[in-house]
Design a protein around this ligand. Structure first.
Ligand code: NDP
Length: 322
């Protein structure tokens, strides 16, 4: 019997990226499907992972040998601030159910997903894999951050007590097809794509909040997918790995907005609103460990990745999360 890889949260932005890579890379290649392998991309409608019985049923149905655990309650700044207890409890329940059921059913490897937003608020940059627990997270997302940090604690505990091969990945800001484009709750790239699309459609100015100067690292979901697949196949340590473009590949919000204007084909008035907050100027994360272990990685150029994401949004406006 071949390996069965269960991807929880398989219908979200990151899960769809993994599905795309598995289905399009040549079979047997480094990131392609291996002969005999079966991939399951689970949604919340198949099993609500906050519920232990539903989680067990999902594992009984597919009998996974490996789990890529992406399922999470994810939200923007305001959702996080409004519902700290929900973000904490729901994510704690999901993570506990997935990890404990994986242990009980002898899953060979679990890779769970953390995020660079779970790092301490006061920390020295660049972020690296050793700094997750060095101080409290930003108070705006402490529910989500503490739940995610505990995954790393659980991974160590399960390894020490039972010898489980559990680990975690830490992506920076992800974007790509199947993103959440909801104007209230989306991350910066999908939010700006949606705003720019509406500005073009309604013949209105495209206004970008803030000065446009802050720098961020963005990773294309299809590149991130390859790095998850690499971890699944080749990485066997409990310590997390940051999955990201390099610190020298940060882009400004203005560069993001310029590329969106070009990709959407927007020709109207386009300006920044410096009265809106900028957030932190930069919060670089190091991908040194990743590149060293992978032996280099060919990232998709930012503009190409953005073009593909905008094209997906325009082609799928009626079914996208908007
Ligand atoms: P999405 O919001 O796009 O997808 C979330 C996924 O989780 C969906 O498949 C959803 O299923 C599933 N899910 C949510 N609640 C439950 C539940 N109760 N039971 C079962 N499944 C559930 O998220 P992303 O793809 O963006 O994020 C994936 C992972 O990556 C998360 O762990 C997130 O914390 C992490 N991450 C994301 C970043 C980003 O920039 N997007 C950055 C860093 C980390 P359904 O759609 O069926 O409800």
């Amino acid at each position: 019997m071949g390996d069965v890889i269960l991807v929880t949260g398989g219908t979200g932005l990151v899960g769809k990226g993994i599905q795309y890579v598995i289905e399009t890379e040549p079979e047997g290649s480094r990131f392609g499907k291996k002969p005999g392998e079966k991939w399951i991309f689970a949604s919340s409608s198949e099993a609500d992972l906050r519920d232990a019985a539903q989680t067990k049923k999902l594992f009984e149905k597919y009998k996974p040998t490996h789990v890529i655990h992406l399922a999470a309650i994810v939200g923007g700044l305001f959702a996080n601030m409004r519902a700290k207890s929900t973000f904490l409890r729901d994510n704690l329940l999901i993570n506990d159910n997935v990890l404990h059921t994986s242990y009980e059913t002898n899953v060979k490897k679990v890779i769970s997903c953390l995020s660079t937003c779970v790092y301490p608020d006061k920390v020295t940059y660049p972020l690296d894999e050793t700094k997750i627990h060095l101080g409290p997270p930003h108070e705006s997302n402490f529910g989500y951050a503490h739940a995610k940090r505990l995954v790393d604690v659980q991974n160590h505990a399960y390894k020490e007590q039972y010898g489980c091969n559990f680990t975690s990945a830490i992506p920076t800001n992800v974007f790509g097809p199947y993103d959440n484009y909801d104007l209230e709750d989306a991350h910066v790239i999908p939010a700006l794509i949606h705003k720019c699309y509406l500005a073009k459609k309604n013949n209105r100015p495209f206004i970008v909040g803030g000065s446009g100067k802050p720098l961020r690292q963005f990773i294309y979901s299809r590149d991130l997918a390859k790095q998850f697949i690499w971890m699944l196949r080749e990485y066997n340590d409990v310590e997390p790995v940051i999955l990201s473009v390099g610190e020298n590949e940060e882009v400004t919000i203005k560069e993001v907005a310029d590329a969106i204007v070009k990709a959407v084909g927007f020709q109207g008035e386009y300006k920044f609103d410096p009265s809106r907050p900028d957030g932190q100027f930069r919060k670089p994360a190091s991908n040194e460990k990743l590149l060293k272990l992978m032996g280099g990685f060919q990232f998709t150029p930012f503009e190409k990745a953005l073009d593909e994401s905008v094209k997906w949004f325009l082609d799928n406006y009626n079914t996208a999360r908007v």
